[in-house]
Design a protein around this ligand. Structure first.
Ligand code: GDP
Length: 296
């Protein structure tokens, strides 16, 4: 399970404080050194770790904590609050357009789970009585259009495609018109994945972006890729201005560093978490629940 090792180490480090009646500054220091190491080992961005420890220490060494009857508990509470803050305080919901259709632009590297997640999102929206339309804008990978069509069939959502001979910007524009005519209130545009950040494809997605003026630009990231996911998020955010992240494969044994770093590094929220390969395995991301899960 994701965070397993981090969770164990944090509980161990903080557990030692719990039993103590009074805490010295040294006790806090020792515990924070262990917390720091645990976070680094979980692949949390080093600058994020540094800021995090500084904040927790500042609060923990304060008079109220040190003089309280249960200082250990107080420190754990502070760590919990700061972990929650790190991941974004509260659940970040999707932004819907005040006048439909809402346009959601999906982007990400190949293999991150973009197409699967597009299907999951459509499934999720249908449950909220929305009428989504999926748009196949990946004209480069021969199987991409077919894959999206299969996904659409599985979740019973229509897929707009124009084959692989038309420019993706024109496909996106035509899809928007098609969606408006057919009463689709959410248009989810699936774009070409890439193996690495690639300038040409980045320009193309920028052009699609400018043509459809999306309400959401969601970056799909594989939690298993740790620091790489954070770097990818930084670049997409710089070039495209993402509005949120969907972190996939949190059901796996990722160390969790991406989940803990992305918000701080990009200042963009994680909106959903992929918890499996099935279409109903997409969950809203709750920073507070995640923090409590980590601390046990
Ligand atoms: P794309 O290239 O980004 O479109 O990636 P795909 O949607 O084809 O997904 C790549 C692989 O990751 C597939 O085998 C998916 O089933 C798998 N996958 C996607 N999301 C999740 C997830 O949340 N959990 C797990 N375990 N697998 C996932």
């Amino acid at each position: 399970m994701v965070f397993e090792s981090l969770s164990e180490k944090l509980q161990n480090a903080l557990g030692k404080l719990k039993g103590k009646g009074k805490l010295s500054e040294k006790d806090v220091d020792v515990a924070m050194r262990e917390v720091r190491l645990a976070l680094l080992e979980a692949d949390v961005n080093f600058k994020v770790v540094k800021d995090f420890i500084k904040k927790v220490k500042e609060r923990a060494i304060g008079y109220e904590v040190m003089e309280s009857l249960t200082p250990g508990q107080q420190v754990i509470k502070i760590v919990n609050e700061e972990l929650t803050n790190l991941m974004g305080e509260k659940e970040a919901k999707l932004n819907f357009a005040s006048t439909p259709p809402t346009v959601i632009l999906m982007c990400g590297l190949q293999g991150a789970g973009k197409t699967t997640t597009t299907g999951k999102l459509a499934f999720n929206l249908k449950k909220q009585n929305k009428r989504p339309l999926l748009v196949a804008c990946d004209v480069y990978r021969p199987a991409a259009i077919k894959q999206l069509e299969v996904v659409g069939e599985k979740v019973n959502v229509p897929v707009f495609s124009m084959g692989d001979k038309i420019n993706p910007v024109d496909i996106a524009k035509a899809a928007l018109e098609h969606g408006k005519r057919n009463g689709n209130d959410v248009i989810i545009v699936d774009t070409a994945g890439r193996l690495h950040i690639d300038e040409e494809l980045m320009d193309e997605i920028r052009n699609i972006h400018d043509a459809v003026n999306p309400n959401e630009v969601l970056l799909v990231l594989d939690a298993m890729t740790g620091q790489d996911a954070v770097n990818v998020a930084e670049t997409f955010n710089e070039k495209l201005g993402i509005t949120g992240v969907i972190l996939t494969k949190l059901d796996g044994d990722a160390r969790g560093g991406a989940a803990l770093s992305i918000r701080a590094v990009t200042e963009k929220p994680i909106k959903f978490a992929g918890m499996g390969e099935k279409f109903d395995q997409l969950e809203p991301f709750h920073p507070d629940r995640m923090a409590s899960r980590i601390l046990g």
